[in-house]
Each structure stands twice: as C-alpha cells, then as structure tokens.
Design a protein around this ligand. Structure first.
Ligand code: BMP
Length: 262
C-alpha cells in the first residue's frame, strides 16, 4: 500500500519524472500543503505566493480569475517557485473533447502547458480528454490529475463515475499521476497515485455555497490522501497567510508522519 510508504520511498519508484520530483520536494520541504491562491489581482497573487512559499509544496492557481494577467505574472510565479522550492498546479479542470483541450492547454492567453507543472481534468468527455492533454504535456514533462470526486455538496462525481476515472488513470499512468479525491482508493499492483484533497479547513466546516471543509488529519490520516489543498483558511479575511500556512503545514505533515508510522 503506497499510503504506508514515505513520500521519499515512493519518489524512488515513480515512473513519471514530475511526480517523482514532486514527491522528493514534499519530503525535502516537509510539506504536503498546497495553497489554493484564488486571488483576482496579479499583485495579490504574487504577494501571497511569496508569503506562503516557504511552507508549501504546491501553489494551486485559477489563472483565469486574475484581472490583470500578463506574461510577467507567469515569470514572477516561476521565479517564486524556484526561490521557495514549490511546484505550480493550474486548476483548469479541462472538460472538452481532446482536440479542444489541446488548444486550451497549449495556446490562448494563458499557455498553461508552458508554465504549470500539473493540471487537471474532468472525465466527462471520455478518454480523448486525457489523450489530447497528454499529447501536449508529455513532451514538456508535465503531468495531470483527474477529478475523481469533488468536495462540494451534491457532487455527481461518485460511484461508477469515480471507478471509471480510476481505470482511465491506470491506462494512462505515464501522464495521469493522481486524483482530486476525498479518499484514497484501493491500490492495485503497480499503482502509486498522488491524492490531492481540497475542502480543508481547521476553523470552519462550510461556506454557504456548497463547499465542505474537513480537518487535515481526517484527510491525510483517516482517508489516506497525500496533499491538503487550503484556500480561504489561509488567505481569508483577517488571516495572516504566513502564520496560517505554517499552521496547516504542521497539521498536514504531522498527520502524514502518524500515517506512515501506523
Ligand atoms: P477553499 O479552501 O477556499 O474552499 O478553496 C478550495 C479550492 O479548491 C478552490 O480553488 C476550488 O476551486 C478547489 N476545489 C474544491 O474546492 N473542490 C473540489 O472538489 C475541487 C477543487 O479544485
């Protein structure tokens, strides 16, 4: 079971170079925290990334909400990723046919594939979506996650949909390295998926718009997931992002240490 292995042990066996580097980074930095930086200005996003940078393994962006996006934002985020040693995950949630997602991933204003180490997609269109993204991403050493489940109330991503998503990930595991999921699924021979879980908050349980927040320990220790994704719990109104990021880093890492010691 990969849940019982350390990130370092898993990195040694991983076949995807970016997933391998990501697992090494988590161990080196003692962080399984990803900050969901849903900010709408370039200055705000850069300031947050710089403040939380020392505590995170992954910066998760929604680049299309930034009102004054430009190439300089990408350059600055890339420089901050180097300075603080984190990776970037554009949470694009692709959901179209293979040919269209190829264009959305490689081209347009954002050129996501040129800077985002990891991206993700819904399986609604069928496996062509993976094939399209893979054609663009694999030569650039990128990788992706599939949304197998969601954190929001009433999500349709469950049951057979989740199971088929896992099968598709197994079929394309040179490029699909993990899931957005609420729990770890049963491993098969050769599986080592990275499980990332949004909807994590130490102080609140819901936002009135369907989001459901769980405790880091519940996610990492009880459910066996690898990365906690935290947004408003860190940058929300009145919060000190560096202080909160450190708090979540410790909570996530302690839960991981407890898990591998099981
Ligand atoms: P917050 O911690 O502020 O609720 O932010 C959660 C982040 O994770 C958001 O960026 C959201 O888009 C993302 N997310 C989620 O909340 N649930 C999912 O199932 C998948 C997500 O990507």
């Amino acid at each position: 079971m990969s849940a019982q292995k350390s990130y370092l042990e898993r990195s040694k066996l991983h076949s995807n170079p970016t997933a391998k580097a990501f697992l090494e980074l988590m161990e080196r930095k003692k962080s399984n925290l990803s900050v969901a930086a849903d900010l709408t200005t370039k200055a705000g996003l850069i300031e947050l990334a710089d403040k939380v940078g020392p505590y995170i393994c992954l910066l998760k962006t929604h680049i299309d909400v930034v009102e004054d996006f430009d190439q300089d934002l990408v350059d600055q985020l890339t420089a901050l990723a180097k300075k603080h040693d984190f990776m970037i995950f554009e949470d694009r949630k692709f959901a179209d046919i293979g040919n269209t997602v190829k264009l959305q991933y490689s081209s347009g204003v954002y050129k996501i594939a040129s800077w985002s180490h990891i991206t993700n997609a819904h399986m609604v269109p069928g496996e062509g979506i993976i094939q399209g993204l893979r054609e663009v991403g694999l030569p650039l050493n990128r990788c992706m996650l599939l949304l197998a489940e969601m954190s929001s109330a009433g999500t349709l991503a469950k049951g057979d949909y989740t199971e088929t998503t896992v099968q598709m990930a197994r079929k394309y595991k040179d490029f699909v390295v993990g899931f957005i999921a609420m729990k770890r699924y049963a491993d098969q021979e050769g599986d080592d998926f990275i499980y990332m879980t949004p909807g994590v908050g130490l102080d609140q349980t819901s936002d009135g718009l369907g989001q459901q927040w769980k405790q880091p320990r519940e996610v990492v220790y009880d459910q066996g997931c690898d990365v906690i994704i935290v947004g408003r719990g860190i940058y929300g109104k009145g919060r000190d992002p560096a202080f909160e990021a450190k708090r979540y880093q410790e909570a996530g890492w302690n839960a991981y240490l407890e898990r591998i010691a099981k």
